[in-house]
Ligand binder design. Sequence first.
Ligand SMILES: [Zn+2]
Length: 338
Amino acid sequence: MRAAVLYGSGDVRVEDRDRPTISAPTDAVIRVSAACVCGSDLWPYRGVDSFGEPTPMGHEYVGVVEEVGDEVRDVRPGQFVVGSFFASDNTCEICRAGYQSHCVHRAGVGGAQAGYLRVPLADGTLVATPDVPDPDLVPSLLTASDVLGTGWFAAVAAQAGPGKTVAVVGDGAVGLLGVLAARQLGAERVIAMSRHEDRQKLALEFGATDLVTERGDDGVARVRDLTGGLGAHSVIEAVGTGESMMQAIRSARAGGHVGYVGVSHGVELPGEELFFSGVHLHGGPAPVRRFLPELIDLIWNRTIDPGKVFDLELPLDDAAEGYRAMDQRRAVKTLLRP
Ligand SMILES: [Zn+2]
Protein backbone atom coordinates (compact mmCIF):
# COMPACT_ATOMS: atom_id res chain seq x y z
CA MET A 1 0.00 0.00 0.00
CA ARG A 2 1.00 3.67 -0.33
CA ALA A 3 1.61 5.68 2.85
CA ALA A 4 2.80 9.19 3.78
CA VAL A 5 5.95 9.15 5.92
CA LEU A 6 7.70 12.10 7.56
CA TYR A 7 11.48 11.83 7.23
CA GLY A 8 12.51 15.21 8.57
CA SER A 9 11.54 18.85 8.71
CA GLY A 10 9.58 19.65 5.53
CA ASP A 11 10.25 16.18 4.13
CA VAL A 12 7.09 14.12 3.60
CA ARG A 13 7.39 11.18 1.21
CA VAL A 14 4.75 8.79 -0.04
CA GLU A 15 6.17 5.30 -0.30
CA ASP A 16 5.24 1.62 -0.46
CA ARG A 17 4.80 0.00 2.93
CA ASP A 18 3.40 -3.30 4.14
CA ARG A 19 -0.33 -3.40 4.75
CA PRO A 20 -1.13 -3.51 8.47
CA THR A 21 -2.52 -6.76 9.82
CA ILE A 22 -4.55 -7.76 12.88
CA SER A 23 -2.05 -7.98 15.74
CA ALA A 24 -4.40 -8.08 18.75
CA PRO A 25 -7.81 -9.81 18.85
CA THR A 26 -9.48 -6.44 19.53
CA ASP A 27 -8.03 -4.81 16.36
CA ALA A 28 -9.70 -3.90 13.09
CA VAL A 29 -8.02 -3.11 9.80
CA ILE A 30 -9.83 -0.59 7.65
CA ARG A 31 -9.42 0.42 4.01
CA VAL A 32 -9.04 4.20 4.27
CA SER A 33 -11.55 6.13 2.12
CA ALA A 34 -10.23 9.55 3.05
CA ALA A 35 -7.64 11.00 5.42
CA CYS A 36 -6.32 14.50 5.97
CA VAL A 37 -3.50 16.66 7.25
CA CYS A 38 -3.97 18.00 10.79
CA GLY A 39 -2.73 21.33 12.09
CA SER A 40 -0.91 19.27 14.74
CA ASP A 41 0.94 17.38 11.94
CA LEU A 42 2.60 20.71 11.16
CA TRP A 43 4.45 20.79 14.51
CA PRO A 44 6.76 17.86 13.57
CA TYR A 45 6.68 18.93 9.88
CA ARG A 46 8.11 22.30 10.91
CA GLY A 47 10.69 20.64 13.14
CA VAL A 48 9.14 22.05 16.33
CA ASP A 49 8.38 18.53 17.61
CA SER A 50 11.31 16.16 17.33
CA PHE A 51 10.98 12.54 16.26
CA GLY A 52 13.51 9.79 15.66
CA GLU A 53 12.65 7.26 12.99
CA PRO A 54 10.80 8.11 9.78
CA THR A 55 7.22 8.40 11.03
CA PRO A 56 4.05 7.26 9.21
CA MET A 57 1.68 10.23 9.38
CA GLY A 58 -2.02 10.81 9.85
CA HIS A 59 -4.57 10.25 12.62
CA GLU A 60 -7.86 11.37 11.01
CA TYR A 61 -9.65 8.74 8.98
CA VAL A 62 -12.83 7.24 7.64
CA GLY A 63 -13.02 3.97 5.78
CA VAL A 64 -14.47 0.54 5.27
CA VAL A 65 -13.75 -2.28 7.71
CA GLU A 66 -11.69 -4.90 5.93
CA GLU A 67 -10.94 -7.36 8.71
CA VAL A 68 -11.51 -7.70 12.48
CA GLY A 69 -9.85 -9.67 15.28
CA ASP A 70 -11.49 -12.59 17.07
CA GLU A 71 -12.73 -10.54 20.03
CA VAL A 72 -14.35 -7.74 18.01
CA ARG A 73 -18.12 -7.95 18.45
CA ASP A 74 -19.77 -4.73 17.25
CA VAL A 75 -17.73 -3.74 14.23
CA ARG A 76 -18.08 -5.90 11.09
CA PRO A 77 -16.29 -6.09 7.72
CA GLY A 78 -17.99 -3.96 5.09
CA GLN A 79 -19.16 -1.27 7.52
CA PHE A 80 -18.20 2.34 6.86
CA VAL A 81 -16.67 3.70 10.06
CA VAL A 82 -15.38 6.88 11.67
CA GLY A 83 -12.81 6.67 14.45
CA SER A 84 -10.86 8.91 16.75
CA PHE A 85 -7.11 9.60 16.98
CA PHE A 86 -6.98 7.85 20.36
CA ALA A 87 -8.23 4.28 20.56
CA SER A 88 -10.29 3.68 23.69
CA ASP A 89 -12.12 0.73 25.22
CA ASN A 90 -15.17 2.95 25.86
CA THR A 91 -15.96 0.86 28.93
CA CYS A 92 -13.56 1.96 31.69
CA GLU A 93 -14.61 4.46 34.34
CA ILE A 94 -12.83 7.33 32.57
CA CYS A 95 -14.46 6.49 29.21
CA ARG A 96 -17.90 6.18 30.80
CA ALA A 97 -17.43 9.67 32.21
CA GLY A 98 -16.88 10.88 28.63
CA TYR A 99 -13.10 11.21 28.64
CA GLN A 100 -12.18 8.51 26.10
CA SER A 101 -9.01 10.38 25.10
CA HIS A 102 -7.74 9.55 28.61
CA CYS A 103 -8.95 5.92 28.60
CA VAL A 104 -6.93 3.69 30.93
CA HIS A 105 -6.25 1.51 27.86
CA ARG A 106 -5.84 4.31 25.36
CA ALA A 107 -3.57 3.81 22.38
CA GLY A 108 -2.57 6.29 19.71
CA VAL A 109 -3.81 5.71 16.17
CA GLY A 110 -1.19 6.67 13.60
CA GLY A 111 -0.39 6.13 9.96
CA ALA A 112 -3.87 7.00 8.64
CA GLN A 113 -2.49 8.81 5.57
CA ALA A 114 -2.26 5.44 3.87
CA GLY A 115 -4.29 2.88 1.97
CA TYR A 116 -5.00 0.79 5.09
CA LEU A 117 -4.97 1.42 8.83
CA ARG A 118 -4.93 -0.79 11.92
CA VAL A 119 -7.25 0.50 14.65
CA PRO A 120 -6.78 -0.95 18.16
CA LEU A 121 -9.79 -1.50 20.47
CA ALA A 122 -12.06 -1.43 17.44
CA ASP A 123 -15.35 -1.86 19.32
CA GLY A 124 -14.63 1.06 21.61
CA THR A 125 -13.05 3.32 19.01
CA LEU A 126 -14.97 3.00 15.75
CA VAL A 127 -18.52 4.15 15.10
CA ALA A 128 -20.31 2.83 12.00
CA THR A 129 -22.45 5.10 9.85
CA PRO A 130 -26.07 3.98 9.15
CA ASP A 131 -25.06 2.87 5.65
CA VAL A 132 -22.33 3.46 3.09
CA PRO A 133 -22.43 7.26 2.77
CA ASP A 134 -23.04 9.31 -0.36
CA PRO A 135 -19.64 10.46 -1.63
CA ASP A 136 -20.39 14.11 -0.82
CA LEU A 137 -20.82 13.24 2.88
CA VAL A 138 -17.37 11.68 3.19
CA PRO A 139 -15.43 14.94 3.81
CA SER A 140 -17.84 15.96 6.57
CA LEU A 141 -17.68 12.51 8.19
CA LEU A 142 -13.90 12.76 8.05
CA THR A 143 -13.98 16.01 10.05
CA ALA A 144 -15.81 14.18 12.84
CA SER A 145 -12.67 12.05 13.33
CA ASP A 146 -10.74 14.94 14.83
CA VAL A 147 -11.12 18.52 13.68
CA LEU A 148 -14.88 18.80 14.20
CA GLY A 149 -14.80 16.58 17.30
CA THR A 150 -12.04 18.77 18.72
CA GLY A 151 -13.81 22.05 17.92
CA TRP A 152 -16.99 20.58 19.41
CA PHE A 153 -15.23 19.56 22.62
CA ALA A 154 -13.69 23.04 22.87
CA ALA A 155 -17.15 24.59 22.61
CA VAL A 156 -18.56 22.17 25.22
CA ALA A 157 -15.57 22.75 27.53
CA ALA A 158 -16.12 26.50 27.15
CA GLN A 159 -19.80 25.92 28.03
CA ALA A 160 -21.06 27.50 24.81
CA GLY A 161 -24.85 27.53 24.84
CA PRO A 162 -28.03 29.60 24.64
CA GLY A 163 -27.58 33.22 25.65
CA LYS A 164 -23.80 32.96 25.61
CA THR A 165 -21.25 35.04 23.75
CA VAL A 166 -18.39 32.86 22.53
CA ALA A 167 -15.02 34.17 21.34
CA VAL A 168 -12.82 31.92 19.20
CA VAL A 169 -9.04 32.38 19.21
CA GLY A 170 -7.50 30.70 16.15
CA ASP A 171 -8.80 30.58 12.58
CA GLY A 172 -7.42 27.20 11.59
CA ALA A 173 -9.80 24.35 10.84
CA VAL A 174 -10.40 23.58 14.54
CA GLY A 175 -11.22 27.21 15.37
CA LEU A 176 -13.54 27.48 12.38
CA LEU A 177 -15.38 24.32 13.38
CA GLY A 178 -15.45 25.62 16.95
CA VAL A 179 -17.52 28.48 15.51
CA LEU A 180 -19.88 25.94 13.92
CA ALA A 181 -20.07 23.96 17.18
CA ALA A 182 -20.78 27.02 19.32
CA ARG A 183 -23.66 28.06 17.06
CA GLN A 184 -25.02 24.53 16.88
CA LEU A 185 -24.95 24.40 20.70
CA GLY A 186 -27.11 27.53 20.72
CA ALA A 187 -24.66 30.37 21.36
CA GLU A 188 -26.19 33.76 20.72
CA ARG A 189 -23.04 35.51 19.48
CA VAL A 190 -19.85 34.04 18.16
CA ILE A 191 -16.85 36.33 17.78
CA ALA A 192 -14.31 34.85 15.35
CA MET A 193 -10.80 36.26 15.67
CA SER A 194 -9.14 36.18 12.25
CA ARG A 195 -7.23 38.51 9.98
CA HIS A 196 -7.51 36.36 6.84
CA GLU A 197 -10.34 37.14 4.45
CA ASP A 198 -10.91 33.57 3.23
CA ARG A 199 -11.07 32.26 6.79
CA GLN A 200 -13.35 35.11 7.90
CA LYS A 201 -15.70 34.16 5.08
CA LEU A 202 -15.80 30.54 6.23
CA ALA A 203 -16.29 31.64 9.86
CA LEU A 204 -19.34 33.66 8.77
CA GLU A 205 -20.68 30.67 6.80
CA PHE A 206 -20.29 28.55 9.95
CA GLY A 207 -22.29 31.08 11.97
CA ALA A 208 -19.92 33.74 13.32
CA THR A 209 -21.79 36.95 14.17
CA ASP A 210 -18.76 39.21 14.72
CA LEU A 211 -15.21 39.33 13.39
CA VAL A 212 -12.19 40.67 15.25
CA THR A 213 -9.02 41.16 13.21
CA GLU A 214 -6.77 42.39 16.02
CA ARG A 215 -4.55 39.96 17.91
CA GLY A 216 -3.05 39.82 21.39
CA ASP A 217 -4.08 42.56 23.82
CA ASP A 218 -5.67 44.60 21.00
CA GLY A 219 -7.86 41.61 20.21
CA VAL A 220 -8.76 41.27 23.89
CA ALA A 221 -9.74 44.96 23.97
CA ARG A 222 -12.02 44.47 20.93
CA VAL A 223 -13.75 41.48 22.56
CA ARG A 224 -14.28 43.53 25.72
CA ASP A 225 -15.71 46.39 23.59
CA LEU A 226 -18.18 43.96 22.04
CA THR A 227 -19.27 42.55 25.42
CA GLY A 228 -19.98 45.68 27.44
CA GLY A 229 -16.47 45.64 28.91
CA LEU A 230 -16.96 42.23 30.59
CA GLY A 231 -15.39 39.76 28.18
CA ALA A 232 -16.97 36.69 26.59
CA HIS A 233 -18.82 34.01 28.58
CA SER A 234 -16.99 31.31 26.64
CA VAL A 235 -13.68 31.30 24.80
CA ILE A 236 -12.35 28.61 22.47
CA GLU A 237 -8.54 28.45 22.24
CA ALA A 238 -7.44 26.57 19.12
CA VAL A 239 -3.77 27.47 18.61
CA GLY A 240 -1.63 26.24 21.52
CA THR A 241 0.89 29.04 22.01
CA GLY A 242 1.47 31.16 25.11
CA GLU A 243 0.18 34.22 23.27
CA SER A 244 -3.05 32.54 22.18
CA MET A 245 -3.70 31.09 25.66
CA MET A 246 -3.31 34.50 27.28
CA GLN A 247 -5.48 36.06 24.56
CA ALA A 248 -8.14 33.46 25.39
CA ILE A 249 -7.94 33.85 29.18
CA ARG A 250 -7.99 37.66 28.98
CA SER A 251 -10.95 37.57 26.55
CA ALA A 252 -13.08 35.65 29.09
CA ARG A 253 -15.13 37.38 31.77
CA ALA A 254 -14.85 36.50 35.44
CA GLY A 255 -16.76 33.26 35.93
CA GLY A 256 -16.35 32.48 32.21
CA HIS A 257 -14.93 29.33 30.66
CA VAL A 258 -12.01 28.73 28.32
CA GLY A 259 -11.98 25.50 26.30
CA TYR A 260 -8.42 24.97 25.09
CA VAL A 261 -7.62 22.42 22.41
CA GLY A 262 -4.59 23.83 20.57
CA VAL A 263 -1.75 21.40 21.33
CA SER A 264 0.25 23.26 23.98
CA HIS A 265 3.73 24.35 22.93
CA GLY A 266 5.82 26.27 25.43
CA VAL A 267 2.79 27.65 27.27
CA GLU A 268 3.52 28.98 30.75
CA LEU A 269 0.67 30.63 32.59
CA PRO A 270 1.28 33.41 35.13
CA GLY A 271 -0.21 32.12 38.39
CA GLU A 272 -1.12 35.45 39.87
CA GLU A 273 -3.01 36.63 36.78
CA LEU A 274 -4.79 33.29 36.59
CA PHE A 275 -5.69 33.52 40.30
CA PHE A 276 -7.32 36.91 39.90
CA SER A 277 -9.01 36.17 36.57
CA GLY A 278 -11.79 34.00 38.02
CA VAL A 279 -11.80 32.05 34.74
CA HIS A 280 -12.39 28.29 34.36
CA LEU A 281 -9.91 26.40 32.18
CA HIS A 282 -10.69 23.02 30.66
CA GLY A 283 -9.22 21.32 27.62
CA GLY A 284 -6.62 18.94 26.30
CA PRO A 285 -6.89 16.19 23.69
CA ALA A 286 -10.55 16.02 22.78
CA PRO A 287 -12.55 12.92 23.75
CA VAL A 288 -13.83 12.79 20.17
CA ARG A 289 -15.42 9.37 20.75
CA ARG A 290 -17.91 10.94 23.18
CA PHE A 291 -19.35 13.09 20.40
CA LEU A 292 -19.09 10.75 17.38
CA PRO A 293 -22.64 9.32 17.42
CA GLU A 294 -24.19 12.79 17.68
CA LEU A 295 -21.87 14.33 15.07
CA ILE A 296 -22.41 11.48 12.60
CA ASP A 297 -26.15 11.98 13.03
CA LEU A 298 -25.97 15.74 12.40
CA ILE A 299 -23.87 15.14 9.27
CA TRP A 300 -26.00 12.22 8.03
CA ASN A 301 -29.15 14.37 8.35
CA ARG A 302 -27.32 17.22 6.58
CA THR A 303 -27.91 19.58 9.51
CA ILE A 304 -24.24 20.63 9.42
CA ASP A 305 -21.70 20.71 6.59
CA PRO A 306 -18.30 20.82 8.30
CA GLY A 307 -16.61 19.32 5.21
CA LYS A 308 -16.49 22.86 3.79
CA VAL A 309 -13.35 23.29 5.86
CA PHE A 310 -11.41 21.27 3.25
CA ASP A 311 -10.24 23.69 0.59
CA LEU A 312 -7.68 21.38 -0.99
CA GLU A 313 -8.16 17.77 -2.05
CA LEU A 314 -5.28 15.70 -3.39
CA PRO A 315 -4.45 12.10 -4.17
CA LEU A 316 -2.42 10.55 -1.35
CA ASP A 317 0.63 10.46 -3.62
CA ASP A 318 0.65 14.29 -3.53
CA ALA A 319 0.66 14.46 0.29
CA ALA A 320 3.86 16.54 0.29
CA GLU A 321 2.06 19.34 -1.54
CA GLY A 322 -0.84 19.03 0.93
CA TYR A 323 1.55 19.67 3.83
CA ARG A 324 3.31 22.53 2.02
CA ALA A 325 0.01 24.27 1.24
CA MET A 326 -1.08 24.15 4.89
CA ASP A 327 2.36 25.13 6.18
CA GLN A 328 2.32 28.20 3.91
CA ARG A 329 -1.32 28.88 4.84
CA ARG A 330 -2.38 28.53 1.19
CA ALA A 331 -4.88 25.91 2.39
CA VAL A 332 -6.98 25.69 5.56
CA LYS A 333 -7.07 21.89 5.46
CA THR A 334 -6.01 19.22 2.99
CA LEU A 335 -8.04 16.09 2.29
CA LEU A 336 -6.07 13.10 0.95
CA ARG A 337 -7.58 10.28 -1.13
CA PRO A 338 -5.65 7.00 -0.96
ZN1 LIG B 1 -11.54 3.49 28.69
